[in-house]
Ligand binder design. Structure first.
Ligand code: ZZB
Length: 262
C-alpha cells in the first residue's frame, strides 16, 4: 500500500502533551509532526481535523537531525527501512504518548483551507495496525470522517471533547462528482442513512463507492489543479506536497494491512 505521509505541525499541544513534551529534553528544539497516512492526497484542502485512537500508544521518533514524527511504533519500524529514521534500519525513540493525551491539540495541516488551525479529535475506528495510526479527516469525501465529525458535533460531552474544537468546522467542497455533487461523503451518508461512526458495514460500502466515484469521475473544484480530473490531479498534488517538504512517501507491506472484512 503506497501512502502519502502528511506532516502536520503542532501549533499548541493539549495540556497533557504539553507537560510531557516540555519535560522531555530530547524533544527540545526539534520540529515535531503528527504524520497521517492517506491514500487521497488530492483531498488535503478539505482537512477539518485529525483523528487519533485514544487508547493507541504513539511514539516520538527521530527521522533526521531536526525532525521528529509521531506515529505508531509499527509505522516507525516500517519508516526506519524507508529512509525515515536518523539511524538507518532502527527506530530512534524519543518517547511515547497515549492518543488521549494528544486530543485537543491545535495543529496546522498542509493545504487545509482552515489555515488558522484544526484540532486533534478522537475516533473509535482508528486501526493501530494500519498506516501511521494518525488519520487526517476530510468529511467532504470520506464517509468515516463525515460520520465521526457528526458524532462529535452532536455529542461532544459523550466523546469528552470541547465543543469549540468542532463547532466551526464544516466539510469543504473540494471535489465534484456527477452522482453525488460537491460533498460526496455527506450525500452518501444521507442516502445510506448512516447515523454514526458505529455503522461499520454501511460505512465500508460508502467508502468503497466514494473512492470509485471520486477517483474515476471526480473533478477538482479547488486549488492549483481546479478543473482537472482527480485521476490527473492526485499524483501532481502528491508530488508537490513531497517536494515542498509537507509530506513523505510511506509504503506498507501488504500482509500487515488489516483488510476491511477482517
Ligand atoms: C484522507 C482521506 C480523504 C481518506 C478521503 C479517505 C478518503 P483503506 O482504503 O482502507 O486502505 N486511514 C488511514 N489510516 C487509518 C487507520 N489506522 N485507521 C483507520 N483509518 C485509517 O484506508 C485508507 C484511508 O483510511 C486513508 O485515506 C485514511 O483516510 C484512512 F476523502 O485519508 B484517508 C472514500 C475515502 N475517502
Amino acid at each position: 500500500q503506497e501512502y502519502t505521509g502528511i506532516k502536520i505541525k503542532i501549533l499548541k499541544w493539549a495540556p497533557e502533551a504539553e507537560k510531557y513534551v516540555a519535560g522531555n529534553s530530547e524533544l527540545e528544539g526539534k520540529n515535531i509532526f503528527l504524520v497521517a497516512a492517506t491514500l487521497r492526497p488530492e483531498t488535503m484542502y478539505g482537512q477539518t481535523n485529525c483523528y487519533v485512537g485514544t487508547k493507541i500508544d504513539y511514539i516520538f521518533h527521530q527521522v533526521n537531525e531536526t525532525d521528529v514524527f509521531v506515529t505508531t511504533h509499527r509505522a516507525a519500524r516500517n519508516m526506519a527501512f524507508q529512509d525515515l529514521s536518523v539511524v538507518p534500519g532502527e527506530v530512534k525513540s524519543l518517547g511515547t504518548i497515549k492518543g488521549s493525551d494528544i486530543v485537543g491539540s491545535l495543529i496546522k495541516a498542509p493545504l487545509s483551507v482552515y489555515e488558522q488551525g484544526i484540532y486533534v479529535l478522537p475516533m473509535e475506528n482508528v486501526l493501530a495496525n494500519k498506516g501511521t495510526g494518525v488519520v487526517t479527516s476530510v468529511p467532504s469525501d470520506s464517509p468515516d470522517d463525515y460520520a465521526t465529525l457528526g458524532d462529535l458535533q452532536k455529542k461532544p460531552d459523550y466523546y469528552g471533547i470541547n465543543p469549540e474544537w468542532v463547532k466551526d468546522y464544516k466539510p469543504v467542497p473540494i471535489i465534484s462528482t456527477p452522482k453525488y455533487g460537491d460533498l460526496t461523503a455527506k450525500a452518501l451518508c444521507e442516502k445510506m442513512k448512516i447515523q454514526s461512526q458505529k455503522d461499520r458495514d454501511q460505512l465500508a460500502l460508502a467508502k468503497e463507492e466514494a473512492y470509485k466515484e471520486g477517483f474515476y469521475h471526480g473533478t477538482m473544484i479547488i486549488g492549483d489543479y481546479k478543473g482537472k480530473p482527480v485521476e490527473e490531479a492526485k499524483p501532481l498534488i502528491r508530488d508537490s506536497l513531497i517536494a515542498s517538504g509537507d509530506a513523505v512517501a510511506y509504503s506498507e507491506p501488504e500482509r500487515q494491512v488489516m483488510s476491511r472484512s477482517a
